[in-house]
Design a protein around this ligand. Structure first.
Ligand SMILES: *Cc1c(COP(=O)(O)O)cnc(C)c1O
Length: 439
């Protein structure tokens, strides 16, 4: 990406770090004259004045007709659902942050997931997915896709070879989260890429299997799946990228050749990101991403180590714990912009109990006590917030997973998900201590 300074001289931005890029984005963009605005204005118009019928016609021809290489021409804006400046600016910056050629934003993370799967599959196709998924993704795959005759095979992808057990000629997509929601399974992206490449050797271009990674838990600060071999990376902007819990959004990042299909899907299915939400991510989310996630990782590491030493805790899943089953894989792929190991801000832990029922009762007691008595922990879904959030996946975010499937997917009845916020970590640990004491 070449950026320009205020005098329109080309600046060689390759010398600057990503932390700096996240603040400045593209200094000059054809999407807006932001060489003179320090921050881009909130663009709050749904429609755009056209000087002539010919300009209108040209705009419709240009829409979703991206040049495969080189920079976009200055767009002719027509109607918000087709495109408008705030989303376009955000997309330029998100593509760069995730190391993709293009990004297309959506109203929510689920909007992004359903759009990408919508352009990659059709009736008769099959998807292979890791069996532990965010609850709504699980529900999309298992309640809706059968109606469209799209079969989703759920397997344990922590062992990459397992894709071979359900692979068929109809397989079009391998889909997973790493770390997975809620239990932080880590899936080896490089190893899956190697296996999929071998399978793809035998296939014509149109039938090649695509690897899709939901990067929401890691955020691009901790992991860039495309650099590791994924075809697409998806993020919920609602979580760590937005960072303040004020707006919903989602994004798909990948190769330029998929941009037009995604834009057309977004236009017709309609999950368009609100321009004001796009502006919040440009103005607050991205410029503070590094500093927020760094602080959350520091806290999460300390909290995980603390929990790991408590005798009321059965086990702790955190990619930064050296005794964690997936520690080595995490160390390979969860790397920040400067090459440091970045195990993320989420922790999953299970309280002891004589059996699953007692463990679940203890988790409930713990969380109900926290909801009333902990100043630094809020019982709420979501993650990547300024506040530390705890929740009970089995009864909240993952309540759509059938009870008899919970143990197969390693979602413990007594499992607790903690998303580190920005509080002083000693305060969080002292609140955790209080809550553990009453169990
Ligand atoms: C929250 C979440 C989503 C969905 O994002 P929304 O913005 O809530 O639609 C998708 N994947 C993961 C891993 C999530 O945590």
């Amino acid at each position: 990406m070449n950026t320009q300074n205020k005098n329109n001289n080309t600046v060689d931005d390759t010398k600057y770090s990503m932390e700096t890029h996240l603040i400045y984005g593209k200094n000059v963009t054809k999407k807006w004259d932001y060489s003179h605005h320090v921050l881009p204005p909130i663009s709050s118009s749904i429609i755009y004045r056209l000087d002539s019928v010919e300009r209108g016609a040209e705009g419709f021809i240009e829409f979703a007709n991206s040049p495969i290489t080189g920079e976009d021409p200055m767009p002719i804006y027509i109607y918000d659902r087709l495109g408008e400046p705030n989303k376009d600016i955000l997309e330029e910056n998100l593509a760069y942050t995730e190391r993709g050629e293009m990004a297309v934003t959506f109203a929510t993370g689920m909007g992004a997931i359903s759009a990408l799967m919508g352009i990659l599959t059709k009736s008769g196709d099959e998807i292979i997915a890791h069996h532990t998924l965010y609850g709504c993704t699980y529900s999309l795959f298992t309640s809706w896709y059968p109606r469209y005759n799209i079969k989703v095979n759920l397997v344990d992808l922590t062992d990459s070879k397992n894709i071979l057990t359900v692979l068929s000629e109809k397989t079009k997509v391998v889909y997973f989260e790493t770390p997975s929601n809620p239990n932080l399974d880590i899936i080896d992206i490089v190893s899956l890429r190697e296996i999929v490449d071998k399978i793809n050797e035998q296939r014509p271009e149109a039938d090649k299997i695509k690897i899709v990674v939901d990067n929401t838990f890691a955020t691009p600060f901790c992991q860039r799946p495309i650099e590791l071999g994924a075809n697409f990376s998806i993020d919920s902007l609602t979580k760590g990228l937005g960072g303040f819990g004020t707006d919903m959004g989602g994004v798909v990042i990948g190769k330029m050749k998929y941009r037009d299909m995604l834009l057309l899907f977004r236009k017709d299915f309609g999950a368009v990101l609100n321009n004001k939400s796009a502006w919040n991510v440009i103005t607050y989310g991205l410029p503070t991403l590094s500093i927020r996630i760094q602080k959350q990782i520091q806290s999460a590491q300390k909290i995980a180590e603390y929990l790991n030493n408590q005798n009321k805790v059965e086990f702790v899943n955190y990619p930064g714990l050296s005794n964690y089953k997936y520690y080595e894989t995490a160390k390979k792929q969860m790397i920040d912009f400067n090459g440091n190991f970045s195990p993320g801000s989420l922790i999953y832990f299970v309280l002891k109990g004589k059996n699953a029922i007692e463990s679940k009762e203890n988790a409930k007691k713990f969380m109900n006590y926290a909801a009333k008595n902990a100043y630094t922990m809020t019982l709420a879904v979501s993650l990547g917030h300024t506040r530390t959030l705890i929740e009970h996946p089995a009864s909240m975010t993952h309540s759509m997973v059938p009870i008899d499937k919970l143990s197969e997917y390693k979602i413990d009845p007594g499992g607790i998900r903690l998303a580190a916020g920005l509080e002083n970590v000693d305060d969080i640990i002292s609140d955790l201590d209080k809550c553990l004491n009453i169990v």
